[in-house]
Design a protein around this ligand. Structure first.
Ligand code: ARG
Length: 282
């Protein structure tokens, strides 16, 4: 079987192995009793393994994942307490605007549109869009979506990207849904023909659903993940400093390895826009 290693625009090879999720982190540092510690509220949309999801494996109602580990590391570095709250993805930017969130980590991509309402950190991870569809349905390229019902997450860049594709490809019916697992279920039940989902997410869902397959497609716009803050937040610079430290000291790479696998399974037809280069870490 041919395995292709792909480096996606710079930071890391991204794809994931979530069949077994181990090494879960604590979502909150609220056990510290230092009264001088400032409590920060992180709001996230925990439908996005391995970035953030409910750790049902341990029977808990704890939100865990790559983003949560990064947030905990940053909070610790900055001497802050972390509280994690949930929202639908579509409600995250409104939560920041309504002062219900000090920051948002949700595999969120910085776009010009979002930058009108929130500020972003530097990018901490990369991802690429894919088409997820039933095995054998042959939906491999944007053009194949002509006349098809296509699921996307409401408010995500994938919703915007699907609209851009629909300007070029005839007859696409876009079905925005709130949560990624719902979208996957709709594809499985054939109530929609396919979905546009990031590769970093698609791979994990497909491991659990061998009746589905995914194919990388070119990104229609910005991609990758950054942390979102209220406009003008003085925390952006501090968070960026810690992110830079995590890039330099290997912590970000360590967490990426903990939560994501380093290779893409057989069959990606499209090649990523980034020029392939050797994986930094096998
Ligand atoms: N990266 C995409 C975006 O920013 C999707 C993120 C979805 N995240 C989530 N936690 N559901 O629009």
């Amino acid at each position: 079987m041919k395995r292709r290693k792909l480096i996606l625009s710079g930071l890391f090879a991204v794809s994931l192995a979530t069949t077994t999720i181990v090494g879960c982190s604590n979502q909150s540092a609220s056990n510290s009793n230092d009264p001088n510690k400032k409590l920060l509220t992180l709001v996230t949309s925990p439908d996005y393994p391995p970035y953030e999801f409910y750790d049902t494996a341990s029977g808990g109602r704890t939100i865990v994942g790559f983003d949560i580990d990064i947030a905990n590391y940053i909070a610790k570095e900055l001497g802050l307490e972390l509280k994690v709250q949930e929202s639908d993805f579509n409600g995250l930017i409104p939560a920041i605007q309504a002062n219900r969130a000090d920051f948002v980590m949700a595999g969120m991509t910085p776009t010009d549109e979002r930058k009108k309402n929130v500020d972003f950190s530097t990018l901490y991870f990369q991802a690429q869009d894919t088409i997820v569809a039933p095995v054998g349905s042959n939906l491999k390229k944007p053009e194949d979506l002509a006349g098809k019902r296509v699921g996307v997450q409401l408010g995500s860049i994938q919703e915007g990207n699907a609209k851009k594709i629909a300007e070029k490809v005839k007859g696409i019916e876009i079905k925005p849904l709130n949560k990624i697992p719902e979208i996957v279920q709709e594809v499985k039940a054939k109530r929609i023909d396919g979905a546009i989902i990031e590769n970093t997410i698609a791979e994990g869902f497909l491991k659990a659903n061998p009746d589905l397959e995914f194919t990388l497609i070119p990104n229609e716009g910005p991609s990758g993940s950054a942390i979102a803050f209220p406009k003008g937040s003085p925390r952006v610079a501090d968070f960026n400093k810690v992110l830079q430290k995590m890039k330099e000291n290997g912590e970000l790479d360590r967490l990426a390895k903990k939560w994501f696998s380093q290779s893409i399974p057989p069959s990606p037809a499209a090649s990523p826009s980034a020029s392939p280069s050797p994986s930094p870490s096998k």
